[in-house]
Design a protein around this ligand. Structure first.
Ligand code: CAA
Length: 387
């Protein structure tokens, strides 16, 4: 049975900071941020956009194209959870008016959360081929003002519909997973910003990539040249470039050029949105599908990494007509319509988003019409409204 990604929707908030402005404000050479880190802009979430509202907005991108009565599973992957108990899925289910029979819950393993959801969802669809699953990854990456990780912040969400006979990607059975209990990046319950050992996290990411990629190829009897493209979790695009360089070591010239070109196509959205943790690999997938010139049957390798740390490599094949399911113009418009913030404006918003909202104070949003936003807390209950 063919199971995979039938729809992809992404959302990013309506404000950004330019990396050249940020570099000047931090007394850094702009090329360190643009080339050394590989980021051009980063989206900024004001206090009215959180993991839940962004997840709703990402799913709204395709909800009118699907049969809602078939959705049997709704998984929310995040490391920016809004509640210690209630899952983000239930807020989404309510906003999208999904059937009460849907199984809804949240999963967590750092940036691996959306991939964890995809794996559960594809098993679910293989058992229930007449049902579909919505899997959302939604996060705000916060390291703090004037920290080394600041240039790798961002905000956004990717929502996937997993189904049988998918219209975009068929996921191949089998995977290579690898985990170790380490402290490269984490966020304690008392902190709104991440703790990170940046250089160590980079090393672990690359080691886990080498391990899972070579193990996957061995398992499946594949060689690097069999892949039309390999995509990566992109906390910042230079990270993926380092992994891609490892992937293409020693390959023939044609494979080398193809995998580099496709990597370039896969990082465009990420370079402009920033790190969105759980959604980053799938934002890169969308970027590849829209810019990579892929054809039906092409084999894509996907490397997912979540700090702490857990990695998985798997593969999927491109489905004939996949381009008809995408909306490149609308995806680019989301970026183009964002308001550019000065660095002091961004710092003000950032600082405000570190403060817990006051009970019974309504928030108003400047998002465009039709978008959901967090409207504040009323009697300790979070409120989501549509503009
Ligand atoms: N022109 C061009 N390049 C320049 C430059 C210039 N003027 N100045 C410096 N550079 C290059 C450096 O040579 C370096 O390149 P290499 O990595 O190829 O060596 C690069 O810019 C970065 O420079 P530094 O290493 O000096 O940067 P830094 O000390 O400021 O830290 C970082 C960089 C460790 C990535 C930091 O941004 C960070 O901690 N980020 C968050 C952690 C992270 O994202 N880790 C990734 C794996 S963990 C994960 O994936 C989970 C997740 O989502 C968080």
């Amino acid at each position: 049975m063919k199971v995979g990604i039938d729809q992809i929707g992404y959302f990013t908030p309506n404000k950004y900071v330019d990396m050249v402005d940020l570099a000047h404000a931090r007394n850094q050479d702009p090329n360190k941020f643009l080339i050394g880190i590989g980021q051009k802009r980063m989206s900024v979430a004001d206090p009215t956009q959180d993991a839940v509202s962004m997840g709703i907005n990402a799913t709204l991108r395709y909800i009118n194209k699907i049969d809602k009565s078939k959705v049997g599973l709704l998984i929310f992957g995040t490391e920016s959870s809004v509640d210690q108990s209630k899952s983000g899925s239930l807020f989404v289910k309510s906003a999208l008016k999904l059937d009460p029979t849907v199984r809804a819950f949240e999963v967590k393993e750092a940036c691996f959360g959306l991939t964890a959801g995809v794996m559960i969802a594809q098993d679910f669809v293989r058992l229930h081929p007449d049902q579909t699953a919505i899997v959302i990854g939604s996060d705000i990456a916060r390291y703090g003002i004037n920290t080394a990780g600041e240039v790798t912040q961002g905000a956004g969400s990717v929502s996937l519909l997993i189904s049988s006979n998918p219209r975009i990607l068929e996921i191949n059975e089998g995977h290579s997973a690898y985990s170790e209990d380490i402290n490269d990046f984490w966020r304690p319950n008392y902190s709104k910003t991440a703790k990170v050992d940046g250089k160590y996290s980079t090393q672990v990411y690359l080691n886990f990539f080498k391990h899972t990629f070579s193990d996957y190829k061995k398992q499946k009897g594949l060689e690097t040249k069999d892949f039309a493209a390999i995509i990566y979790h992109l906390p910042f695009t230079k990270m993926g470039l380092k992994a891609n360089r490892l992937a293409i070591e020693g390959v023939d010239e044609e494979t080398n050029a193809r995998l580099m070109d496709r990597f370039t196509a896969s990082k465009e959205l990420n370079a402009n949105v920033g790190n969105i943790y759980t959604g980053s690999l799938y934002l890169s997938l969308l970027s590849l599908l829209e810019n990579g010139g892929l054809k039906a049957g092409d084999l894509i390798g996907l490397f997912s990494y979540g700090s702490g740390a857990m990695a998985e490599f798997y593969s999927a094949n491109v489905v004939e007509g996949y381009e008809n399911e995408l909306d490149k113009d609308a995806d680019e418009a989301l970026l183009d319509k964002r308001k550019k913030l000065s660095v002091p404006e961004y710092e003000k918003i950032f600082s405000a988003s570190l403060v817990d909202p006051q009970n019974n104070v309504e928030l108003t949003s400047d998002e465009e019409k039709g978008r959901y936003y967090f409207a504040g807390i009323c009697d300790d209950i979070r409120q989501y409204k549509v503009k």
